[in-house]
Design a protein around this ligand. Sequence first.
Ligand code: KG4
Ligand code: ZN
Length: 346
Amino acid sequence: MDPLVLGIESTCDETGVALVRGLDLLGEAVASSMEEHARFGGIIPEVASRAHLEEMIPTIEAALGSACMDLRDVDAIAVASGPGLVGSLTVGVAAAKALALALDRPLYGVNHVVGHVAVDELVHGPFPERFLALVVSGGHSSLLMVDDIATGVRELGQTLDDAAGEAFDKVGRLLGLPYPGGPHVDRLARGGDPTAIAFPRGLTAPKDFAKYPYDFSFSGLKTAVARWIEACVDDGREVPAADVAASFAAAVADVLVTKTLRACDDHGVDTVVIGGGFSANSQLRELAASRCEAAGITVRIPPIRYCTDNGAMIAALGSAAVRRGVPPSDLGIGVDSAMPLGVPVA
Ligand code: KG4
Ligand code: ZN
Protein backbone atom coordinates (compact mmCIF):
# COMPACT_ATOMS: atom_id res chain seq x y z
CA MET A 1 0.00 0.00 0.00
CA ASP A 2 1.25 3.52 -0.81
CA PRO A 3 2.26 5.71 2.15
CA LEU A 4 -0.31 8.14 3.58
CA VAL A 5 0.87 11.72 3.03
CA LEU A 6 -0.45 14.68 4.99
CA GLY A 7 -0.07 17.91 3.00
CA ILE A 8 -0.06 21.43 4.43
CA GLU A 9 -0.65 24.59 2.37
CA SER A 10 -0.19 28.07 3.86
CA THR A 11 1.51 30.19 1.19
CA CYS A 12 -1.04 33.00 0.99
CA ASP A 13 -4.51 33.36 2.53
CA GLU A 14 -5.72 29.74 2.58
CA THR A 15 -4.83 27.24 5.30
CA GLY A 16 -5.27 23.87 3.59
CA VAL A 17 -4.62 20.35 4.86
CA ALA A 18 -5.26 17.07 3.03
CA LEU A 19 -4.50 13.37 3.21
CA VAL A 20 -3.48 11.52 0.06
CA ARG A 21 -2.51 7.89 -0.45
CA GLY A 22 -1.13 7.16 -3.93
CA LEU A 23 -3.49 9.10 -6.18
CA ASP A 24 -6.43 8.93 -3.76
CA LEU A 25 -7.58 11.98 -1.83
CA LEU A 26 -8.87 10.58 1.48
CA GLY A 27 -9.69 13.74 3.41
CA GLU A 28 -9.21 17.49 3.36
CA ALA A 29 -10.10 20.78 4.98
CA VAL A 30 -9.48 24.40 4.07
CA ALA A 31 -9.92 27.72 5.87
CA SER A 32 -9.56 31.10 4.16
CA SER A 33 -8.79 34.55 5.55
CA MET A 34 -9.90 36.31 2.33
CA GLU A 35 -12.88 37.95 4.06
CA GLU A 36 -10.47 39.67 6.46
CA HIS A 37 -8.47 41.12 3.53
CA ALA A 38 -11.36 42.14 1.27
CA ARG A 39 -11.94 45.49 2.97
CA PHE A 40 -8.27 46.44 2.39
CA GLY A 41 -8.45 45.64 -1.35
CA GLY A 42 -5.48 43.25 -1.13
CA ILE A 43 -3.86 40.56 1.01
CA ILE A 44 -2.34 41.96 4.24
CA PRO A 45 0.56 39.57 5.05
CA GLU A 46 0.43 40.08 8.82
CA VAL A 47 -3.31 39.35 8.91
CA ALA A 48 -2.76 36.24 6.77
CA SER A 49 0.03 34.89 9.05
CA ARG A 50 -2.10 35.41 12.15
CA ALA A 51 -5.06 33.62 10.53
CA HIS A 52 -2.81 30.65 9.65
CA LEU A 53 -1.70 30.44 13.29
CA GLU A 54 -5.32 30.34 14.43
CA GLU A 55 -6.51 27.93 11.75
CA MET A 56 -3.60 25.48 11.45
CA ILE A 57 -4.45 23.01 14.22
CA PRO A 58 -8.25 23.09 13.68
CA THR A 59 -7.68 22.53 9.94
CA ILE A 60 -5.33 19.57 10.54
CA GLU A 61 -7.93 18.09 12.89
CA ALA A 62 -10.75 18.68 10.41
CA ALA A 63 -8.81 17.02 7.57
CA LEU A 64 -8.01 13.97 9.74
CA GLY A 65 -11.64 13.86 10.88
CA SER A 66 -12.94 13.93 7.31
CA ALA A 67 -10.71 10.93 6.50
CA CYS A 68 -11.66 9.16 9.79
CA MET A 69 -7.95 8.97 10.56
CA ASP A 70 -5.52 9.69 13.32
CA LEU A 71 -2.12 11.42 13.20
CA ARG A 72 -0.53 8.03 13.87
CA ASP A 73 -1.80 6.81 10.46
CA VAL A 74 0.31 9.42 8.65
CA ASP A 75 3.48 8.11 6.97
CA ALA A 76 4.96 11.38 5.63
CA ILE A 77 4.42 15.13 5.90
CA ALA A 78 4.50 17.46 2.88
CA VAL A 79 4.39 21.23 3.17
CA ALA A 80 4.51 24.10 0.69
CA SER A 81 7.85 25.72 1.62
CA GLY A 82 7.66 28.33 -1.19
CA PRO A 83 7.01 30.47 -3.12
CA GLY A 84 4.65 32.68 -1.11
CA LEU A 85 4.43 35.15 1.76
CA VAL A 86 7.26 34.60 4.27
CA GLY A 87 5.10 34.85 7.41
CA SER A 88 2.38 32.58 5.99
CA LEU A 89 4.91 30.01 4.77
CA THR A 90 6.65 30.02 8.15
CA VAL A 91 3.48 28.95 9.97
CA GLY A 92 2.94 25.95 7.66
CA VAL A 93 6.58 24.89 7.64
CA ALA A 94 6.83 25.15 11.44
CA ALA A 95 3.68 23.04 11.84
CA ALA A 96 4.99 20.44 9.37
CA LYS A 97 8.38 20.24 11.13
CA ALA A 98 6.68 19.81 14.50
CA LEU A 99 4.57 16.95 13.14
CA ALA A 100 7.53 15.30 11.40
CA LEU A 101 9.61 15.48 14.56
CA ALA A 102 6.87 14.39 16.96
CA LEU A 103 5.67 11.52 14.76
CA ASP A 104 9.17 10.62 13.52
CA ARG A 105 8.07 10.79 9.88
CA PRO A 106 9.89 12.19 6.81
CA LEU A 107 9.30 15.82 5.83
CA TYR A 108 8.96 17.01 2.22
CA GLY A 109 9.14 20.75 1.50
CA VAL A 110 7.42 21.12 -1.88
CA ASN A 111 6.82 23.88 -4.42
CA HIS A 112 3.37 25.50 -4.24
CA VAL A 113 3.20 26.33 -7.96
CA VAL A 114 4.10 22.77 -8.99
CA GLY A 115 1.42 21.62 -6.52
CA HIS A 116 -1.18 23.47 -8.62
CA VAL A 117 -0.29 21.02 -11.41
CA ALA A 118 0.18 17.90 -9.25
CA VAL A 119 -3.40 18.00 -7.92
CA ASP A 120 -4.78 17.21 -11.37
CA GLU A 121 -3.49 13.64 -11.07
CA LEU A 122 -5.90 13.06 -8.16
CA VAL A 123 -8.81 14.07 -10.37
CA HIS A 124 -7.95 12.96 -13.89
CA GLY A 125 -5.61 10.03 -13.23
CA PRO A 126 -1.91 9.42 -14.00
CA PHE A 127 -0.08 12.05 -16.03
CA PRO A 128 1.27 11.18 -19.49
CA GLU A 129 5.03 10.83 -19.87
CA ARG A 130 5.57 14.49 -20.84
CA PHE A 131 3.20 17.42 -20.75
CA LEU A 132 3.01 21.17 -20.55
CA ALA A 133 1.50 23.00 -17.60
CA LEU A 134 0.08 26.50 -17.52
CA VAL A 135 -0.16 27.75 -13.93
CA VAL A 136 -2.19 30.92 -13.63
CA SER A 137 -3.17 32.62 -10.36
CA GLY A 138 -3.14 35.93 -8.54
CA GLY A 139 0.61 35.54 -8.06
CA HIS A 140 1.81 33.47 -11.02
CA SER A 141 1.47 32.99 -14.76
CA SER A 142 3.97 30.34 -15.76
CA LEU A 143 4.47 27.80 -18.53
CA LEU A 144 6.18 24.63 -17.33
CA MET A 145 7.59 21.65 -19.22
CA VAL A 146 6.95 18.59 -17.09
CA ASP A 147 8.92 15.36 -17.64
CA ASP A 148 8.17 14.18 -14.11
CA ILE A 149 6.03 16.05 -11.61
CA ALA A 150 8.36 15.33 -8.65
CA THR A 151 11.77 15.38 -10.33
CA GLY A 152 11.61 16.94 -13.79
CA VAL A 153 9.91 20.35 -14.00
CA ARG A 154 11.42 23.11 -16.15
CA GLU A 155 10.11 26.66 -16.37
CA LEU A 156 9.77 27.75 -20.00
CA GLY A 157 8.41 31.20 -19.25
CA GLN A 158 6.51 33.37 -16.83
CA THR A 159 4.98 36.81 -16.53
CA LEU A 160 7.44 39.68 -16.69
CA ASP A 161 5.10 41.90 -14.65
CA ASP A 162 1.52 41.21 -13.47
CA ALA A 163 0.04 37.74 -13.11
CA ALA A 164 -3.21 37.06 -15.01
CA GLY A 165 -5.36 37.07 -11.84
CA GLU A 166 -3.63 40.23 -10.62
CA ALA A 167 -4.45 41.99 -13.93
CA PHE A 168 -8.10 40.93 -13.53
CA ASP A 169 -8.14 42.24 -9.97
CA LYS A 170 -6.73 45.59 -11.16
CA VAL A 171 -9.23 45.89 -14.01
CA GLY A 172 -11.95 44.96 -11.51
CA ARG A 173 -10.89 47.97 -9.44
CA LEU A 174 -10.96 50.22 -12.54
CA LEU A 175 -14.51 49.08 -13.20
CA GLY A 176 -15.53 49.69 -9.58
CA LEU A 177 -16.01 46.00 -8.75
CA PRO A 178 -15.33 44.48 -5.28
CA TYR A 179 -11.98 42.81 -4.43
CA PRO A 180 -10.88 40.29 -5.59
CA GLY A 181 -12.17 41.50 -8.94
CA GLY A 182 -11.27 38.42 -11.04
CA PRO A 183 -14.53 36.48 -10.69
CA HIS A 184 -16.60 39.71 -11.02
CA VAL A 185 -14.84 40.71 -14.26
CA ASP A 186 -15.40 37.15 -15.53
CA ARG A 187 -19.14 37.38 -14.79
CA LEU A 188 -19.45 40.83 -16.35
CA ALA A 189 -17.48 39.73 -19.43
CA ARG A 190 -19.98 36.95 -20.14
CA GLY A 191 -22.58 39.60 -21.00
CA GLY A 192 -20.25 41.71 -23.19
CA ASP A 193 -18.83 41.69 -26.71
CA PRO A 194 -15.24 40.33 -26.71
CA THR A 195 -14.58 41.98 -30.09
CA ALA A 196 -15.86 45.45 -29.08
CA ILE A 197 -12.41 46.89 -28.24
CA ALA A 198 -9.09 45.74 -29.73
CA PHE A 199 -6.92 45.66 -26.58
CA PRO A 200 -3.20 44.81 -27.02
CA ARG A 201 -1.88 41.24 -26.77
CA GLY A 202 1.38 41.63 -24.79
CA LEU A 203 4.60 40.03 -26.11
CA THR A 204 2.96 38.58 -29.24
CA ALA A 205 4.44 40.89 -31.90
CA PRO A 206 6.96 38.89 -34.04
CA LYS A 207 10.05 40.50 -32.43
CA ASP A 208 8.66 39.93 -28.91
CA PHE A 209 7.69 36.38 -29.79
CA ALA A 210 11.25 35.72 -30.88
CA LYS A 211 12.76 37.17 -27.69
CA TYR A 212 10.10 36.05 -25.18
CA PRO A 213 8.38 33.04 -26.79
CA TYR A 214 6.84 31.70 -23.57
CA ASP A 215 6.76 34.77 -21.33
CA PHE A 216 3.72 36.93 -20.60
CA SER A 217 3.16 40.62 -19.89
CA PHE A 218 -0.19 41.98 -18.73
CA SER A 219 0.73 45.41 -17.39
CA GLY A 220 0.52 47.13 -20.81
CA LEU A 221 -2.94 45.64 -21.31
CA LYS A 222 -4.07 46.84 -17.88
CA THR A 223 -2.80 50.36 -18.70
CA ALA A 224 -4.57 50.25 -22.09
CA VAL A 225 -7.83 49.41 -20.29
CA ALA A 226 -7.28 52.29 -17.83
CA ARG A 227 -6.60 54.77 -20.69
CA TRP A 228 -9.64 53.55 -22.62
CA ILE A 229 -11.91 54.04 -19.59
CA GLU A 230 -10.41 57.49 -18.89
CA ALA A 231 -10.96 58.60 -22.51
CA CYS A 232 -14.55 57.41 -22.28
CA VAL A 233 -15.15 59.38 -19.06
CA ASP A 234 -13.41 62.49 -20.49
CA ASP A 235 -15.77 62.38 -23.49
CA GLY A 236 -18.73 62.24 -21.12
CA ARG A 237 -19.72 58.79 -22.45
CA GLU A 238 -20.97 56.00 -20.22
CA VAL A 239 -18.34 53.24 -19.83
CA PRO A 240 -19.64 50.06 -21.53
CA ALA A 241 -18.37 47.95 -18.62
CA ALA A 242 -19.43 44.56 -20.00
CA ASP A 243 -17.73 45.20 -23.36
CA VAL A 244 -14.56 46.45 -21.63
CA ALA A 245 -14.52 43.34 -19.41
CA ALA A 246 -15.20 40.98 -22.33
CA SER A 247 -12.56 42.56 -24.60
CA PHE A 248 -9.99 42.58 -21.78
CA ALA A 249 -10.75 38.95 -20.81
CA ALA A 250 -10.50 37.90 -24.46
CA ALA A 251 -7.04 39.53 -24.73
CA VAL A 252 -5.76 37.70 -21.62
CA ALA A 253 -7.16 34.33 -22.70
CA ASP A 254 -5.86 34.80 -26.24
CA VAL A 255 -2.27 35.40 -25.11
CA LEU A 256 -2.29 32.56 -22.56
CA VAL A 257 -3.68 30.02 -25.03
CA THR A 258 -1.59 31.20 -28.02
CA LYS A 259 1.67 30.88 -26.09
CA THR A 260 0.69 27.53 -24.57
CA LEU A 261 -0.15 26.07 -27.98
CA ARG A 262 3.09 27.44 -29.39
CA ALA A 263 5.02 25.71 -26.59
CA CYS A 264 3.18 22.42 -27.27
CA ASP A 265 4.14 22.65 -30.92
CA ASP A 266 7.78 23.55 -30.22
CA HIS A 267 8.19 20.72 -27.70
CA GLY A 268 6.12 18.03 -29.45
CA VAL A 269 3.71 17.73 -26.53
CA ASP A 270 0.04 16.75 -26.84
CA THR A 271 -1.28 17.31 -23.29
CA VAL A 272 -1.71 20.53 -21.32
CA VAL A 273 -2.63 20.78 -17.64
CA ILE A 274 -3.99 24.17 -16.54
CA GLY A 275 -3.96 24.98 -12.83
CA GLY A 276 -4.04 27.84 -10.31
CA GLY A 277 -6.89 30.06 -9.11
CA PHE A 278 -7.21 31.88 -12.42
CA SER A 279 -7.99 28.63 -14.26
CA ALA A 280 -11.50 29.17 -12.89
CA ASN A 281 -11.77 31.91 -15.52
CA SER A 282 -14.50 31.03 -18.01
CA GLN A 283 -12.99 32.91 -20.97
CA LEU A 284 -9.71 30.97 -20.55
CA ARG A 285 -11.52 27.65 -20.10
CA GLU A 286 -13.62 28.15 -23.23
CA LEU A 287 -10.79 29.34 -25.46
CA ALA A 288 -8.39 26.64 -24.23
CA ALA A 289 -11.02 23.95 -24.86
CA SER A 290 -11.86 25.10 -28.39
CA ARG A 291 -8.35 25.92 -29.63
CA CYS A 292 -6.76 22.82 -28.08
CA GLU A 293 -9.43 20.60 -29.59
CA ALA A 294 -8.76 22.12 -33.00
CA ALA A 295 -5.02 21.50 -32.53
CA GLY A 296 -5.47 17.90 -31.29
CA ILE A 297 -4.19 18.77 -27.81
CA THR A 298 -5.76 17.23 -24.68
CA VAL A 299 -6.53 19.82 -21.96
CA ARG A 300 -6.85 18.82 -18.30
CA ILE A 301 -8.17 21.40 -15.83
CA PRO A 302 -9.01 20.37 -12.24
CA PRO A 303 -12.44 21.30 -10.84
CA ILE A 304 -12.46 24.86 -9.49
CA ARG A 305 -12.11 23.90 -5.81
CA TYR A 306 -8.77 22.25 -6.61
CA CYS A 307 -7.63 25.24 -8.72
CA THR A 308 -7.65 27.66 -5.78
CA ASP A 309 -5.11 27.08 -3.00
CA ASN A 310 -5.79 23.87 -1.04
CA GLY A 311 -4.03 21.10 0.89
CA ALA A 312 -4.70 18.37 -1.71
CA MET A 313 -2.25 19.96 -4.18
CA ILE A 314 0.56 19.76 -1.63
CA ALA A 315 -0.31 16.24 -0.47
CA ALA A 316 -0.49 15.17 -4.15
CA LEU A 317 3.02 16.47 -4.87
CA GLY A 318 4.32 14.97 -1.61
CA SER A 319 2.75 11.65 -2.55
CA ALA A 320 4.42 11.76 -5.99
CA ALA A 321 7.79 12.49 -4.34
CA VAL A 322 7.42 9.63 -1.84
CA ARG A 323 6.40 7.19 -4.58
CA ARG A 324 9.42 8.19 -6.71
CA GLY A 325 11.80 7.63 -3.77
CA VAL A 326 12.83 11.30 -3.69
CA PRO A 327 14.95 11.90 -0.55
CA PRO A 328 13.07 13.81 2.18
CA SER A 329 13.97 17.42 3.02
CA ASP A 330 16.23 18.28 5.90
CA LEU A 331 14.39 19.12 9.13
CA GLY A 332 16.32 22.40 9.11
CA ILE A 333 14.66 23.43 5.82
CA GLY A 334 13.73 27.12 5.58
CA VAL A 335 10.97 28.89 3.68
CA ASP A 336 11.76 30.27 0.21
CA SER A 337 9.42 33.09 -0.76
CA ALA A 338 10.86 33.04 -4.31
CA MET A 339 11.38 29.27 -4.70
CA PRO A 340 12.36 28.57 -8.34
CA LEU A 341 9.81 26.54 -10.29
CA GLY A 342 12.44 24.04 -11.40
CA VAL A 343 12.56 22.77 -7.80
CA PRO A 344 9.47 20.58 -7.20
CA VAL A 345 10.81 19.23 -3.87
CA ALA A 346 13.24 21.31 -1.76
O1 KG4 B 1 -4.43 30.59 -7.01
P1 KG4 B 1 -5.24 31.63 -6.28
O2 KG4 B 1 -6.43 31.18 -5.49
O3 KG4 B 1 -4.34 32.45 -5.31
C1 KG4 B 1 -3.05 32.81 -5.65
O4 KG4 B 1 -2.13 31.96 -5.45
O5 KG4 B 1 -2.91 33.93 -6.17
O6 KG4 B 1 -5.70 32.71 -7.40
C2 KG4 B 1 -6.54 33.80 -7.09
C3 KG4 B 1 -6.58 34.74 -8.28
C4 KG4 B 1 -7.17 36.11 -7.90
O7 KG4 B 1 -6.41 37.11 -8.57
C5 KG4 B 1 -8.59 36.02 -8.45
O8 KG4 B 1 -9.15 37.27 -8.77
C6 KG4 B 1 -8.37 35.20 -9.70
O9 KG4 B 1 -7.41 34.22 -9.33
N1 KG4 B 1 -9.61 34.55 -10.13
C7 KG4 B 1 -10.22 34.82 -11.32
C8 KG4 B 1 -11.37 34.00 -11.37
N2 KG4 B 1 -11.43 33.26 -10.20
C9 KG4 B 1 -10.33 33.61 -9.47
N3 KG4 B 1 -9.89 35.65 -12.29
C10 KG4 B 1 -10.69 35.66 -13.36
N4 KG4 B 1 -11.80 34.92 -13.50
C11 KG4 B 1 -12.18 34.07 -12.53
N5 KG4 B 1 -13.27 33.33 -12.66
ZN1 ZN C 1 -1.75 29.35 -5.63
